[in-house]
Design a protein. Structure first.
Length: 347
């Protein structure tokens, strides 16, 4: 387990403030946040590149706060590969083993195993300058894994790659994690990566970890306005909540929105666009929320279309392009929006 306790570090433009985090053995933790949130400095503090100004870092119960990077048994892979241009692929992969008392036979076996795992056996004689970006990143991952790290840190490892290569390497990372069960902490700006790779997800802002949980839980139940807006919930409103018969009724601009999350007083409410059903007329449903309004805007992004409807407040619903065409929706039309109380998250 990786445990970070009240870590603070000030590098001027980049900083951490009283950051705490637990990462269980074998987890694949995705860290997301805006630029400057402190994501990379958090990884580099775990790796030992920067000593914290205060706080502790533990690895499997050991206090490693003041240990140099080479004594932590933590691997790190950056966005820009950082391979040695004068060494071929084989020598790049086995470079770190020079400091370990391992025979040539065992070294060769480890290189072969990782080269096979990452599909780069045919590249062992090549030099980094002759490789594609995806190939270079595979070599960088192999070089980190050959050391048998207890934790592998990945700082936006896919962001410099083209879309097709990024998709392939994302699948590779998932397969590697499944095979090795190495604890991984991965910084990304991609929500797709977070969902496809992460068993856990942390959101950072202004040097702090704001929310941690399973990706689906964080996306569906943000714990504050920042997380909701950062994750693109779109429909975030503030209002007065009153509990009645086991439900909360939130008054937003005279619109009463029912929520299964019962909390009194001033609250924020969020509804994901994909949880809102749009129809040309009222529908029979057990859903507690149904409102009539006028279409203000239609944003067509290809397969998904976002419809903004004024029901007293602007609500955004997400539908397929097929549904848009079938209903003949146009700006200025009157429509109905329906959504369940359980889909209204309150914080």
């Amino acid at each position: 387990m990786v445990r970070i306790e009240n870590i603070s570090k000030n590098l001027g433009e980049f900083f951490l403030k009283d950051t705490s985090l637990d990462v269980a053995d074998g987890d694949y933790l995705m860290i997301l946040g805006p630029t400057g949130a402190g994501k990379t400095i958090l990884l580099e503090t775990i790796a030992g590149i920067y000593p914290p100004d205060k706080g502790k870092v533990y690895l499997n119960g050991r206090d490693i706060t003041r240990l140099p990077p080479r004594q932590r048994n933590i691997g790190m892979v950056y966005q820009d590969y950082m391979l040695f241009p004068h060494l071929n692929v084989e020598k790049n992969i086995r470079y770190g083993l020079r400091s370990k008392k391992i025979s040539k036979e065992e070294t060769a076996q480890k290189v072969d195993e990782l080269a096979n795992l990452l599909g780069v056996s045919h590249l062992l004689h090549r030099y980094p300058g002759t490789l594609s970006g995806g190939e270079q990143q595979r070599i960088a991952i192999a070089r980190a894994l050959i050391m048998g790290p207890e934790v592998l840190l990945l700082d936006e490892p896919l962001s410099a790659l083209d879309s097709e290569t990024r998709t392939k390497l994302r699948e590779e990372l998932r397969r590697i994690h499944s095979f090795t069960h190495t604890t991984m902490i991965h910084v990304t700006h991609s929500f797709d990566e977070a969902f496809l790779l992460g068993s856990q997800m942390a959101i950072m802002n202004n040097g702090e970890i704001v929310q941690v949980g399973e990706p689906s839980e964080v996306f569906r139940k943000p714990n504050c306005k920042f997380v909701a807006e950062f994750l693109g919930v779109t429909n975030v409103f503030r209002g007065e909540s009153v509990i009645n018969n086991g439900l909360a009724y939130i008054n937003v601009n005279e619109l009463k929105v029912a929520s299964a999350t019962t909390r009194d007083g001033q609250v924020y409410a969020s509804i994901r666009p994909e949880d809102i059903l749009i129809s040309l007329g009222p529908i029979e449903s057990s859903a507690r929320n149904s409102f009539q309004g006028e279409i203000q805007d239609i944003s067509d992004a290809g397969t998904i279309v976002r419809i903004t409807v004024d029901v007293g407040v602007p609500l955004v619903a997400a539908i397929t392009r097929r549904s848009l065409l079938d209903m003949g929706l146009k700006q200025g039309m009157e429509v109905f929006l329906t959504f369940k109380a359980v889909d209204v998250h309150v914080f």
